[in-house]
Design a protein around this ligand. Structure first.
Ligand SMILES: Nc1ncnc2c1ncn2[C@@H]1O[C@H](COP(=O)(O)OP(=O)(O)O)[C@@H](O)[C@H]1O
Ligand SMILES: [Mg+2]
Length: 458
């Protein structure tokens, strides 16, 4: 989902990088030192500012308006060219500095001036290319009125003062409170604790089904971590399956989850034997979260070792697909529905006001409820939009969110649930950039801390 969205919406993130580079000491000193036309830098900055003022609107309009999309793509290319050019200058400056350093080391008497006019052909070329990029961007900027692009309302892009507020309210690994799933929880809990057998070689499987963001993983986690469950099972393991369904890797992950350390099996047979040994005669609980695989043979291959467990062993599966449910032949199917109004309000308020029963004035409550209703009972949307509102303190900003055209988009048009697209649209540029980079990795990709840090810092 995200890659298409990000592909189109990345410009505001790129622009920030370009502004920073343009203002960097290296670029300015290079132009000054080589006596190039500094006006080019100033004009480029102003042209980029002009584009930046309407980019928010353009990112929104592009979904429905093809000419705006074409314009946005052209601007993106031009901005990338400008960035490339500045990288070239950076490389040249570094090269000169290194040369200067080695010179001063070998001849202490001679002081090397790295801005000496030694590479005039390079400089001329840079100046020429810069002029071309500028002409191109000025041309594109001049078309903003014809395309009817409006200036941004001043929040969303660039409102980085809100960054620190956004993060804490959305980064809880497991929400301690789960709203409105009492019945489902009880049904699954009873099934988990029942002594039903693996009769006729039939595994005891329950599936939680529902669209993305409906709370399948959350419900499964609450059950899995329930202390009452702990005493019932001899072993338990949680596997995050996601799109890739590799029987060998999954079997090894299950085994590793059970033994609590890494396993060095080289092939499927070896790992299945080991898992069979660990499960034999044990009452186990296995959670396979987010299965997408619709291939029956692969599922059969995965489940062979499960048949060796003791009576009362259970497998809990979560999936978005009813086809998956039919393929794995579950004994029980729990379809997660949208949350009821009362629970929507609690979840929404918890994130929007940090209080599930907020004491707010009637006008604010009315508009908050209208925004809440747009989330259509989807927990992920309620949480995300609630967190977005928490960062917007003025009534005008709330009204502007309510009035956003994004709500009206169908999923086909924006490739993502409108509520989530809206929250992306309102992210400050640095976070948009992080999100954009992260979207390039496969779903459920586990980041090394250092890699993630370098994405965030970069
Ligand atoms: N019933 C609920 N009460 C509170 N928060 C919920 C509830 N269901 C889901 N959430 C929150 O919504 C987000 C999405 O839920 P998740 O379980 O990941 O959805 P799914 O697995 O169906 O895609 C999570 O951040 C979770 O904390
Ligand atoms: Mg999930």
């Amino acid at each position: 989902m995200a890659v298409e969205l990000v592909g189109g919406a990345l410009l505001s993130a790129f622009l920030q990088v370009t502004f920073e580079k343009l203002a960097s000491a290296g670029i300015v000193d290079y132009f000054r030192g080589r006596k190039l036309n500094e006006m080019l830098l100033k004009k480029l900055n102003i042209t980029l500012l002009t584009i930046n003022a309407v980019v928010d609107d353009a990112e929104l309009m592009q979904i429905k308006n093809q000419p705006v999309k074409v314009w946005l793509d052209a601007v993106k290319d031009a901005v990338l060219e400008a960035e490339d050019l500045m990288d070239e200058i950076d490389i040249e400056v570094t090269r000169c500095k290194l040369e200067a350093e080695s010179q001063t080391r070998s001849t202490t008497s001679k002081v090397w001036n790295f801005f000496s006019p030694s590479s005039s052909s390079f400089d001329k070329e840079i100046e020429l290319k810069m002029q071309e990029v500028l002409d191109n961007l000025e041309y594109l900027a001049s078309k903003k009125d014809i395309l009817d692009l409006k200036k941004s309302s001043g929040f969303g892009v660039g409102s980085s003062s809100h960054v620190s507020k956004i993060l804490p309210s959305t980064s809880l690994p497991v929400d301690s409170i789960i709203y409105g799933r009492d019945i489902e929880k009880e049904v699954i809990f009873n099934w988990m604790t029942s002594d039903t057998n693996i009769h006729n070689n039939q595994l005891s499987i329950v599936s939680i089904v529902g669209m993305g963001g409906m709370g399948k993983t959350t419900l499964a986690k609450h059950l899995y971590n329930d202390p009452k469950i702990e005493v019932i099972f001899d072993v338990k393991a949680w596997i995050s399956v996601s799109q890739e369904f590799n029987v060998f890797k999954l079997t090894r992950s299950i085994l590793e989850g059970i033994i609590g350390s890494t396993d060095d099996s080289r092939d499927l047979n070896m790992v299945q034997e080991r898992l069979k040994e660990k499960l034999s005669g044990k009452r186990f609980l296995l959670v396979l979260d987010d299965i997408w695989n619709e291939n029956h043979m692969q599922w059969e291959a995965l489940q062979t070792p499960f048949n060796y467990g003791a009576q009362g062993s259970k497998i809990l599966v979560t999936t978005r697909s009813l086809k998956v449910v039919s393929i794995i032949q579950t004994n029980k199917e729990i379809r997660l529905k949208q949350l009821e109004n009362e629970h929507c309000w609690q979840l929404f308020s918890k994130h929007a006001f940090q209080d599930e029963n907020p004491q707010i004035d009637p006008d604010s409550k009315k508009i908050a409820k209208m925004i809440m209703e747009k989330c259509q009972g989807l927990p992920l949307a309620l949480k995300t939009i609630g967190s977005l509102l928490y960062t917007k303190s003025s009534f005008v900003e709330w009204e502007s969110i309510l009035a956003s055209e994004i709500w009206e988009l169908s999923e086909d048009e924006c490739n993502i649930i409108p509520a989530l697209m809206l929250s992306y649209h309102h992210l400050p540029s640095p976070l948009k950039r992080c999100f954009a980079y992260c979207a390039l990795f496969p779903k459920n990709y586990v980041f090394e801390k250092d890699i993630f840090n370098s994405i965030v810092v970069g």
